[in-house]
Write a protein that binds this ligand. Sequence first.
Ligand code: GDP
Length: 469
Amino acid sequence: NLMDVSFAEVIGKCMGLGIMVSINQRLDAEVIELVSSEFGYEVEFIGVEDADEEDFDDDDSEENQKSRAPIVTIMGHVDHGKTSLLDYIRSSKVVAGEAGGITQHIGAYEVEIANGKHITFLDTPGHEAFTAMRARGAKVTDIAVIVVAADDAVMPQTREAISHAQAANVPMIFAVNKIDKDGANPTKIYEQLSQMNLLVEEWGGKYQNQEISAKKGLNVDLLLEKILLEAELLDLKANPDKEAVGTIIEASLDKGRGYVATVLVQNGTLRNGDLIVSGQYFGRVKAMLNERNQRIQEAPPATPVQILGLNGAPQAGEKFKVYVDEAEAKEVAVKRAQIVREQGLRARKHITLDEIGRRLALGNFKQLNLIIKGDVDGSVEALSDSLQKLSTDEIIVTVVHKAVGQISESDVLLATASDAVIVAFNVRPSSQAARLAENEGVEIKMYSIIYNAIEEVKSAMEGMLEPKI
Ligand code: GDP
């Protein structure tokens, strides 16, 4: 309508581009852009989906920006001490003179460090939670603390955590834990990390490291200082003087209180009585509680708060935004509900090898992300090397994660968050992973001959694979 062309002309143009569409089908953003440009129009997207992006960025003028606390996720192998570390920090860093300690788990908590600086910790440790949020488009974590037990070694989930943090471009600090134990050998850990091209500071590298005992609380304060140092380098800023935007950390229905959501304010300040929209839900903030179960009136940037008043439970990782105009807020929520209904549970479309040809034709495909899983180390390395060597001037092949073993749910989540294809050699997905991949629209390519894998990826990159419609 805006372009004043008939639907037949639009369909014709689409067909000319090799895209078969019917009249009542939604086109994705790329196609809309391309088709409009064919008619001489430039598209500006102001839709309900991601129109709020700019509110998260530091686009405000310098003087409105104030430093904000870093938001930290703790990751690492099971039993290496993530929970112990979160527990120790939670219980020890209660600001002196403050009434009550942290009394409830709301999904995140904020602590004040001696010099008046703050750090916010996400209280669900692990890279699965981290990447699940990313898969929904949430950019929450500023710094990842990777916990490795000094009496153990760099383990499969340590590697996963590192890949997940790297894929998200989040800086890492290594906390070498359990140094109180007999047999603790931090040097061995640093050596193993160095074999992965991760040099800690002590070894002349760029990654900060700290030896700690989470159980005894040994050196945890030094770790916190290093987090603050990293945060300073990142120069994290936000503007507290505008309407709040942020991300849902968790949400549920509480018998007595209605829908309860923990949100992390990422920019602006959230106030009691504010009208917020998150996904297809909205409502006025009836009450805000902090992790000490105290009512608060306002939550500045990097503050986690529990809020009451939404008319539903948005998914973790969903963004929220404050609206001034009630009619507009409702309209946005209703439109989103409508999209959800129309599309059902169909997930966003992710890259597949067949798709590459089409994306190449659209001219904006630059990087092919792969996750490589195999039955033995040798084949994983061989496959990963050969596939990376397929990089051309046009397309860079990036291996986001590689490991030995079955394809897990966390691999699929990572593929979702990084828009990657999973290439498997002599291994299969677990049944949960297969289901998740199906729901998320993530492609898993399984091979038993390395040559075939390489040939197929190569032809895909040349746009030679026939799309399956
Ligand atoms: P998570 O699975 O990474 O969250 O690990 P946990 O925090 O649950 O810790 C696993 C086990 O290691 C528990 O029994 C902890 O008490 C123990 N643990 C954690 N940190 C330390 C530490 O610094 N020293 C010792 N000796 N034990 C620890």
